[in-house]
Ligand binder design. Structure first.
Ligand code: GTP
Ligand code: MG
Length: 297
C-alpha cells in the first residue's frame, strides 16, 4: 500500500537523526515512509540502516540535490522534508500535512522566526533571512517569512511539475521559487527552532555567499519569468531620479537666468536615457519570452 506521507531527511553525519526518526514515527504513524539521503562514511551509513528507514547514498553534493533525490524516490501522496540536525520541530510536518490534505496549500513552509530558542540563530542570519524573505514576498506576492527554513510539506502533483529540474544552490528556497513560479499556493506554519546540539554546520563554507546566491536566484527566476516587471520597474525609478535632478537644474536656470550646473544636467540626462534603455530592454525581453512561450505551447 502507498504511504500517506513520505519524509525526506538529508544528512551528513548528524547525530540527531536517530531521535528524529523516532519522533516522526510517533507523530505521523509507523506507516510513514522515511527516506534518509546520506552523504557520510560507512559506519554512519550502517547505523542509519538499523533505523528501518530507507537509506539512499548521495554521490554528488548539495542539500537541494539530496532532497530532490529523496523526493524522486518517494512513494507517498504527500511529500515532505526536514533537516536532520534536530533543530526543526517535526510537529510542523503534521501541521503542514493537514493543510495540504485539506487542499488549503500546494506547499507549506515551516516558519521558525516566531519561535527561536535562545542562541539558535545568529543575528546576521536573522537579518539576512528577513531581507531574502521580504524579497521573495515582494517579487512572488506570497506571504513567506522564512525562506531559509529546513522544513516543508508539498503535494505530489506540485512536486511532479518540478521533479525533472536540476536543482540550483538555494536550499529549500529552490523548491519555494520553482513552485511559486508555477502559481502554486504557498502557506506557512509556525515551528519551533532549537539550537544545534551536535556537530557543526554542513550546508556551506560561507553563509554570506550562500545568501547572495539565494537572492540572485530569487531575482533571476523572476527576471526570466517577467522581465518587464524587473527592467521596467528599474527603468521608471532611474527616470524619476534623473527627472528630479534635471528639474532642479532647470529651476535654477529660470531663477538666475544662468545655466550653471552642467555636471548635474549631464548626469540627469544620462539617467533618463539609462532609464529608457532599461525599460526598452525589459520590453524586448518580454516580447522574446512571449514568442518563446507561444512556440513552446
Ligand atoms: N545529504 C546531504 N545533506 C546535507 C548536505 N548539506 C547539508 N546537509 C544536511 O542538510 C541539513 C541542513 O544543513 P545544516 O548544516 O544544518 O545547515 P544550517 O541549518 O544552515 O546550519 P546550522 O545553523 O549550523 O545548523 C542538515 O541535516 C545537514 O546534515 C549535502 O550536501 N548532502
Ligand atoms: Mg541546521
Amino acid at each position: 500500500m502507498k504511504p500517506e506521507i513520505s519524509v525526506v531527511i538529508p544528512t551528513i553525519d548528524e547525530e540527531s537523526v536517530f531521535q528524529l526518526v523516532k519522533d516522526i514515527r510517533r507523530l505521523l504513524g509507523n506507516g510513514t515512509e522515511i527516506i534518509i539521503v546520506d552523504k557520510s562514511g560507512n559506519a554512519y551509513f550502517r547505523r542509519l540502516q538499523k533505523t528501518g528507514a530507507r537509506v539512499i547514498r548521495q554521490r554528488d553534493r548539495g542539500v537541494e540535490r539530496a532532497i530532490m533525490m529523496g523526493l524522486r524516490a518517494a512513494r507517498g501522496n504527500v511529500l515532505a522534508s526536514i533537516d536532520a540536525d534536530g533543530t526543526h520541530d517535526p510537529a510542523g510536518l503534521k501541521d503542514g500535512f493537514r493543510l495540504v490534505k485539506e487542499g488549503k496549500a500546494d506547499l507549506v513552509l515551516g516558519n521558525r522566526m516566531g519561535h527561536l530558542e535562545r542562541g539558535s540563530m545568529s543575528w546576521y542570519i536573522i537579518i539576512g533571512n528577513s531581507i531574502l524573505s521580504w524579497l521573495f514576498r515582494v517579487l512572488y506576492k506570497t506571504e513567506v517569512h522564512d525562506v531559509l527554513t529546513g522544513l516543508f510539506v508539498t503535494k505530489r502533483s506540485a512536486f511532479n511539475e518540478i521533479r525533472n529540474i536540476e536543482p540550483y544552490r538555494a536550499g529549500i528556497a529552490f523548491f519555494a521559487i520553482e513552485l511559486a513560479r508555477r502559481g502554486c499556493d504557498i502557506k506557512e506554519v509556525g515551528i519551533k527552532y532549537y539550537r544545534r546540539r551536535y556537530g557543526s554546520s554542513k550546508l556551506t563554507r560561507s553563509k554570506f555567499v550562500y545568501g547572495i546566491n539565494v537572492a540572485s536566484h530569487i531575482i533571476r527566476q523572476l527576471r526570466d519569468y517577467s522581465p518587464l516587471a524587473i527592467f521596467g520597474g528599474l527603468g521608471v525609478i532611474v527616470i524619476i531620479i534623473g527627472l528630479i535632478l534635471g528639474l532642479n537644474v532647470f529651476y535654477d536656470f529660470l531663477r538666475t537666468g544662468r545655466f550653471a550646473e552642467t555636471g548635474r544636467a549631464l548626469i540627469a540626462f544620462f539617467m533618463v536615457m539609462l532609464g529608457f534603455l532599461f525599460w526598452i530592454s525589459g520590453l524586448i525581453l518580454d516580447l522574446l519570452l512571449e514568442i518563446e512561450r507561444k512556440i513552446g505551447r
